[in-house]
Ligand binder design. Structure first.
Ligand code: ADP
Ligand code: MG
Length: 474
């Protein structure tokens, strides 16, 4: 009966060498407090300087998700105290963000849902409180203080936990294609806060809570699901949802109130006095638009029309840009598009996932894979042998041709050998022969399987079929 209403706020760390307003390395995992300076510590008299590359990446991200990028935007101070923010304010953007009014279409059961993106703004990150380094105390690492972020804020257009997840998958795929961020949730380079409310049909938007601290998409989905249930329970018992910030506890599978929600006037935003307005002229914005890559949804659609793949296969093969590139390289090397898709989604992805997880590190490159598949389509080797050769190629780095030659794996079409294998299988399976002759046609598979095994996978299965039929029916 109750309808969930969800809006997401996503913080994305931009892939820059240095921080948003100073020259310190924006590197993850360095020794604590080694990448700090008067600017990111906010010491008196230190002056910030805008990182041009961060601006470029932020604008590129915004253009990629159909936002309007503004020629002028304003940095603002957001004042609050927290141990990981010793300078007492964060430089962000407030009422004049770099971009507004975008959208993403999110695939679902039927027609895709369009989720509008309200705004994207640039900001600096805070430091990090470490609760597990010093027993009984909290340590603060300020290496992250001042690293560049964009915050992406959606409209409350999402209606279910699964839809929230699908949106995030689509957004992450877009940001990865744009190469603006590593999007690594474990390292915190992509962080999601979920705003959740419920309402009865026809009601206005209800009071919402904001759930934080989810470190994976499945936890986002679980946390939203939990919070919807909690709110429905509250309303059904006659209670009211309070405007709160909640903390997700993945171990316990519950969200707990952290603080009552602050309002924006609590932060006393004002224009950052140490920075000029950020200007991007329309020419620069045009160049950034020109430089956008083919976006994943466009590539997915093209895989359907050009390579005749099903939506599902096209979606899978465009999950990342390197995977889509690999697939298209196999096709350009002459492999039929569905056959290429089957191999890439099957043996290739299985081997990649068993290895480093990155297809760029995978030993078999597209051209050698295409050579292997040409031996298969020419009938030089059978399908089971092709899979063996594939495994050998991944280990040894040798070419398919040399493995087939060295190990004598070419398909056996020699009639004598085939006749011998079939005779042997028939001789050792008198019971099955009798049942087959009695009309149990399904046993054909049994005989073919045995002969293939005896041949080490090298027999031509079609020919095996014919010979068995001749022997058993003749
Ligand atoms: P706040 O002032 O609390 O930060 P905003 O209106 O700025 O709230 O919106 C912040 C986020 O919360 C946006 O992603 C927006 O879509 C979402 N949001 C706003 N109202 C609701 C609501 N009633 N239910 C769910 N999400 C909401
Ligand atoms: Mg923010």
């Amino acid at each position: 009966m109750f309808e969930p209403v969800i809006g997401l706020e996503i913080h994305v760390q931009l892939k820059t060498a240095t921080k948003m307003f100073c020259g310190n390395a924006a590197e993850y995992g360095a020794l604590p407090n080694t990448h700090v300076c008067p600017v990111c510590l906010g010491l008196p008299g230190a002056l910030p300087v805008i990182n041009e590359h961060a601006v470029r990446l932020g604008a590129r991200a915004a253009l990629g998700v159909h936002c309007e990028v503004h020629e002028e935007s304003i940095f603002a101070r957001k004042n609050y105290f927290y141990p990981d923010l010793p300078k007492g304010y964060q430089i962000t953007q407030f009422d004049r963000p770099i971009a507004t009014n975008g959208w993403l279409d999110v695939p679902g059961e039927g027609v895709p849902t369009r989720v509008r993106i309200r705004r994207i703004h640039l900001e600096e990150d805070a430091g990090k409180s470490l609760h597990d380094r010093i027993p009984g105390a909290t340590a603060v690492d300020l290496n992250r203080a001042g690293t560049p972020l964009v915050e992406i804020v959606t409209e409350p257009d999402i209606r279910s936990p699964a839809e929230a997840r699908a949106f995030l998958v689509q957004l992450k795929r877009a940001l990865e294609y744009l190469e603006v961020s590593d999007c690594n949730m474990e390292e915190g380079s992509l962080r999601v806060d979920a705003n959740v409310s419920i309402r009865l049909p026809g009601e206005d938007l209800g009071p919402k809570t904001e759930v934080k601290n989810m470190n994976s998409f499945s936890n986002v989905e679980r946390a939203i699901h939990f919070e919807i249930g909690r709110q429905i329970g509250l309303r059904e018992r006659g209670g009211a949802v309070e405007h709160q910030t909640m903390l997700w506890d993945a171990g316990r599978g519950e969200a707990r109130p952290m603080r009552s929600k602050e309002e924006s006037h609590d932060y006393r935003y004002f224009p950052e006095p140490d920075l000029p307005p950020l200007r991007l002229d329309s020419g620069r914005i045009g160049e950034l638009r020109e430089a956008l890559p083919e976006m994943p949804w466009a590539r997915q659609a093209r895989f359907g029309s050009e390579h005749k793949l099903s939506t599902k296969h096209a979606e899978l093969l465009t999950a990342s840009r390197p995977l889509a590139d690999y697939y298209e390289a196999v096709v350009s090397a002459g492999v039929e598009s569905q056959e290429a898709a089957n191999w890439v989604m099957g043996d290739v992805l299985a081997a990649v996932n068993a290895g480093t997880g990155s297809i760029d590190d995978f030993a078999i490159r597209p051209a050698p894979l295409a050579e292997l598949l040409s031996l298969l389509s020419a009938g030089t080797i059978t399908r089971p042998v092709a899979r063996q050769v594939f495994a050998r190629m991944a280990q040894s780095g040798k070419s398919a041709r040399s493995i087939v030659d060295e190990e004598g794996l070419a398909q056996v079409r020699d009639d004598d050998a085939l006749q011998r294998w079939v005779a042997e299988v028939i001789a050792e399976s008198p019971g099955e022969v009798e049942r087959f002759r009695g009309g149990d046609a399904k046993l054909m598979g049994f005989f073919v399987g045995k002969v293939m095994k005896l041949s080490g996978g090298k027999a031509d299965p079609k020919q095996v079929n014919t010979v068995i039929r001749e022997k058993l029916n003749g």
